[in-house]
Design a protein around this ligand. Sequence first.
Ligand code: SF4
Length: 76
Amino acid sequence: MSERDVEKNIDLICIDDSKCIVCGACVAVCPTEALIIEGLTLKSVPERCRPCGQAALVCPTGALRCPQKGEKSKNG
Ligand code: SF4
């Protein structure tokens, strides 16, 4: 895991930059716009996340970990 991964290992969405190909599939499926693409980078907006787990399900590379409702965050 890189330093960037650690920075992005926030409460609800964990993005593994080494796996993300910035395809936008997770952005398209997220119902609360908790994932956005800025430039060539996927970013998360944790305060928008309502942990439904949909983004992780559609990721073709396994780059996302989105805890589902009821799952305890590592950081919390
Ligand atoms: S679906 Fe996966 S590979 Fe595509 S932008 Fe989202 S995290 Fe990256």
